[in-house]
Design a protein around this ligand. Structure first.
Ligand SMILES: [Zn+2]
Length: 188
């Protein structure tokens, strides 16, 4: 890959299972960025303390640009882009996202969320991040992987979640037919 493919001077790589994206310069990692409660946080390479640097739609670019500026100022030493081993099927997925405090209350909430996820045929790929943060999940109906919010997946007002799961999934009618949890609720 040449620099022509990175018009901003950096490239955002594939997210890990905690939904953190590596920011790459010349294929060297200068840090990671991730979304948390509507903002974007940046973790400079070699550190573990996230810094909030962006909000809203353009937040990912703001957070990446911050890392780029720090790197160009000589304050970040890039690291090889080593990805963590896959925590997928067969691997152990932690109950809680690393940013969730390990309390009884959070554990209980996470267990309920995982049970709800399982009932609607989703598989968690990373620890529970809270209802309003992106959660890496796998669709067990078709194998799609991506990020979803538990606040959307859990349904609302006692109603089941939308059968429109993600672009490219099986038809909504089939989703209702194959997931028993939809049969327990009326659609009226
Ligand atoms: Zn699917």
């Amino acid at each position: 890959m040449t620099n022509d493919d990175s018009p901003h001077g950096y490239r955002i790589g594939r997210a890990d299972h905690e939904c953190r994206y590596p920011v790459l310069v010349d294929e060297q990692q200068i840090g990671r960025i991730f979304r948390w409660h509507g903002g974007w946080l940046a973790i400079p390479a070699g550190t573990s303390e996230p810094i909030r640097r962006g909000d809203g739609r353009d937040g990912s670019d703001a957070a990446a640009r911050y890392l780029l500026e720090e790197y160009r100022a000589g304050r970040i030493t890039p690291q090889a882009d080593t990805r963590k081993p896959d925590q997928g099927t067969g691997g152990r997925v932690p109950l809680l996202h690393p940013r969730m405090r390990d309390t009884d209350r959070n554990q209980n909430t996470a267990r309920k969320a995982v049970a709800g996820l399982t009932a609607y045929q989703w598989e968690p790929r990373g620890g529970y991040p809270g209802a309003d943060n992106p959660w890496a999940v796998r669709c067990q109906l078709c194998g799609w992987e991506g990020n979803r919010y538990w606040s959307h997946l859990r349904g609302r007002n006692g109603n089941p979640p939308s059968p429109y799961r993600h672009p490219g999934c099986i038809d909504a009618d089939k989703v209702r037919a194959v997931i028993p949890a939809y049969a327990n609720t009326s659609n009226d």
